[in-house]
Ligand binder design. Sequence first.
Ligand code: ADP
Length: 242
Amino acid sequence: MSENGITMVDENGMRLDGRTAEEHRPIKIEAGVLKNADGSAYLEIGKNKVLAAVYGPRECHPRHMQNPTRAIIQCKYNMQAYSVGDRKRPGTDRRSTEISKIISEALENVVLTELYPRASIDVYIEILQANAGTRCAGLTAASVALADAGIPMRDIIPAIASGKADGHVLLDLNKEEDNFGEADVPMAIVPGTDEIVLLQMDGHMTREEFDRAIEMGVAACHEVSDIQKDALRRRYSAEGCE
Ligand code: ADP
């Protein structure tokens, strides 16, 4: 039983939604879903539904934001009013500004921005339905959308959260586990090198639990990476048939 008196993991180690501690929710990714964007992707992980669209590289406006040596990545993460149970106040808030910033910074680690001085690569992430883990879902979808746009990258970034609920270290917390749990640790890696390009934590864990959460998250990121690559393969083989 958790600190809040709610049982989220039963005596057999099963979670309320039937998963084991190390299992992520079902993931579905489709690349190239929007005709008018340069690149796009739609992603579902459990009850999360996310759309990512990419424009660019194109001339950066306003011009004072241009970097003469490289492109900048401008990400806009937006949670739709209807994406959560109680209608969310539409528009930008502190949370969405922070998430947009950390996603842009993660992507700057892999996009070959030096190829496009003074340009901007614009990444729009729309959360259509939210059930915890949306920053990771958004970053995972954005990476596929960038690849779909043909933007040169060192690698394609997968992201997932691990955390702790009901005294157990768990992968990919759902909304109930996130709300009533003890800690949430979203992360993203460069799969080719295992470099960590996003890592946040709220709540509390022991050092051993934190190490276990990282180990679980990195292993799951590799699974997410395979699903991203499958989505891009399907996209290109479908293009070949057109
Ligand atoms: P993440 O979605 O990356 O896990 P948070 O930990 O901030 O980010 O949020 C967890 C979940 O809480 C979200 O996925 C969403 O379901 C819900 N949530 C976040 N912000 C709001 C909000 N303003 N109104 C209602 N629900 C929200």
